[in-house]
Design a protein around this ligand. Sequence first.
Ligand SMILES: Cc1cc2nc3c(=O)[nH]c(=O)nc-3n(C[C@H](O)[C@H](O)[C@H](O)COP(=O)(O)OP(=O)(O)OC[C@H]3O[C@@H](n4cnc5c(N)ncnc54)[C@H](O)[C@@H]3O)c2cc1C
Length: 319
Amino acid sequence: MDLRSLESLGIVVCQETPLSDFTTFRLGGNCPALILCQSPEQIQKVISCLVFEDLPFLVIGSGSNIVVSDRGIDQYVVRYASEVPLIERDGNDVIVSGSTMLDALAQYAGEHGLEGLSDMNGIPGTVAGAVIGNAGAFGKQVGDVVTSVHVLDRGGRKFERLPAELGFSYRYSNLKKTRDIIVSVRFSLFPGDTDALQRRREEVLKIRREKHPDLSVFPCAGSFFRNIEPTSKAGKREAAGWFLEQAGALTMSLGGAKVFERHANMIYKSEGCRAQDVYELSRLMARAVKEKFGLDLVREVSFVGKFDDMPASVADIVW
Ligand SMILES: Cc1cc2nc3c(=O)[nH]c(=O)nc-3n(C[C@H](O)[C@H](O)[C@H](O)COP(=O)(O)OP(=O)(O)OC[C@H]3O[C@@H](n4cnc5c(N)ncnc54)[C@H](O)[C@@H]3O)c2cc1C
């Protein structure tokens, strides 16, 4: 691929780059080239170049929900993330680039008296990463307020996807299956009181500071497993962390991968940790819950690339 044509558009291309520098777990080997895009125009250009050259690629956001293999991956990696929010207001709607950080969007909404995203304050990651996995907190999910998503399919063609096709459910959207690339998202919000929204933001950030690891000390990818589906009609989703704690996960570690002492559903990287350690520790944790409760935990975090002892049926780069 003629990478220079991309660089002339302000797109940064880093050859043979360690992905550990671009994930919150701070793990992962090299990719042949990492292409950094920030705006819808840039990602559209990059994807059309990659499709034209028939080069396999992976799109990531801020890397806060993935564990990349120590061996890296053979594909080009397109990182679509921007520290500068790209948000356009249209009445109570906002049209946001997928590269915008979700927290920056939640803050913007609060400051502009728009309700619907206040529980999303403080979730790390991009808007695109959040929409793909229907991120959420306090019982709310981003999919609740998404009204359309502009995507590119794997052939680089543009489409608008509406909620009926997006199939949002707990930590899931159909985009995981179609592997569409999210370019921008329309959210329909509703009027709220700016002072109340600001108070809610502070409250949510305080709760998150108390419960979640400080990423600069404990690199991780948040909750490792999804919460458990309710077993009765009246039942609430049950925290995977509770089952893990009862199964003895709090004291588990493997190599440099450790379970966070305040939250049994979080694995963090300590000195000398490899991505393989995280993979193996997560299997130990899931096995302990299966043995004690007969429950099969489902991962929330995705593995990217190849890991030792990974089932042979796993062919894709994101698993
Ligand atoms: C400390 C901590 C706390 C967290 N708390 C929460 C929480 O409360 N709730 C919650 O839901 N999650 C939480 N997370 C997980 C994570 O932040 C979210 O899942 C986030 O939305 C992921 O966004 P990302 O940009 O980092 O995606 P990435 O990790 O970069 O990617 C995730 C997936 O999305 C795909 N993807 C990314 N961008 C695109 C795109 N433009 N087009 C197509 N595919 C794309 C990737 O290929 C990958 O499969 C937490 C993580 C951490 C580290």
